[in-house]
Each structure stands twice: as C-alpha cells, then as structure tokens.
Write a protein of this length. Structure first.
Length: 164
C-alpha cells in the first residue's frame, strides 16, 4: 500500500490517504505448484473458462475478473470504519444473497467451513467450537497424522483463509 500511496503522489500523509477511500489489496504471491505454466501470470490473472451457470462473463476472463464483484460487495457492506480489504488472489468465493452484519473490528477474517482434508493444503483459521466468532489460531497447510485425533482438528472448526 505504501507503494500505491507513493505512486499517487505521496500526499496527503499516508494515514490521510488510507482513510480517504477504501482500498482493495489482492494478494497474488506464492508459488503456483499446481499450475506451473501459469506462474508468470500470477494467480489472480490465470484464465478461467466461462462458468456455465452465470451470465455476463467473457471468454478471456481471469480469476480476478470473477473475484472483483464479490470483493466490491464486501467493501460496500462493511461498516464505515473498514479501510481495506486484503484478499487472496487464488480463491473464488461465491457469496450468498445475504451477508451477515460485520462487527466493528480492527481485523475481520472471512473463511469457509471445510473438512480437515480440504484444509490440509491451504492457510487455515481455527475457531473454537464454543466461540465460532473468535479466532483461536491460524496455520499454513496443517497436517493431521494418519489415524490421530489432533486437538487442532477435533476441538476447533476449520475455515480456510479466504484472504478477505
């Protein structure tokens, strides 16, 4: 964000620039091991075919093209104090019709409920089952030993980091 502020002229000061308008940061870093031929593009710019059940798509669309409407919807839904949305560039989250109210918070993390098998190859938020609105901890690519009942997967719910 500092680079974007400098590119915009560096005035007013960084804090004033940040508060002037909401910012969207799409994180597209990391090595694309599953799609090595697309590494030079970056994950958000990988081409995606038109989705059969959707309208208004293009044959030359990218993952980012499909992500942006949802990200803009999240920003529009957020309370006035939210300054930025930092989103993962390698996941497409399709939002439901209704969004829950967002609390006033310094950081709000959004994710999807998944099985331990699905979570094993993603960044994951762990939420206590007794308080699913609170973050217990996060892990990158958590692994559960075969046949083991790991406390991290039996006492907490798993939600991959959607980056939002």
């Amino acid at each position: 964000m500092h680079t974007a502020w400098r590119a915009a002229g560096g005035t007013p000061d960084f804090t004033a620039w940040l508060r002037a308008r909401r910012k969207l940061v799409v994180h597209g870093g990391g090595e694309s091991r599953r799609l090595p031929r697309l590494r030079p593009l970056g994950k958000p710019l990988i081409p995606l075919p038109a989705l059969r059940w959707s309208r208004g798509q293009r044959l030359d669309q990218t993952l980012l093209d499909l992500q942006l409407p949802g990200y803009h919807r999240l920003l529009a839904h957020a309370p006035a104090g939210y300054l930025a949305l930092v989103a993962s560039g390698d996941v497409l989250v399709r939002l439901g019709r209704e969004l829950p109210p967002f609390p006033e918070a310094d950081v709000l993390a959004l994710g999807l409920w998944v099985t331990p098998e699905q979570a094993s190859s993603h960044g994951v938020f762990f939420l206590p089952r007794s308080h699913p609105d609170q973050l217990a901890f996060g892990l990158q690519n958590p692994r559960r030993p075969a046949g083991a009942n790991s406390p991290s997967t039996t006492s907490a719910s798993l939600t991959p980091d959607s980056g939002s």
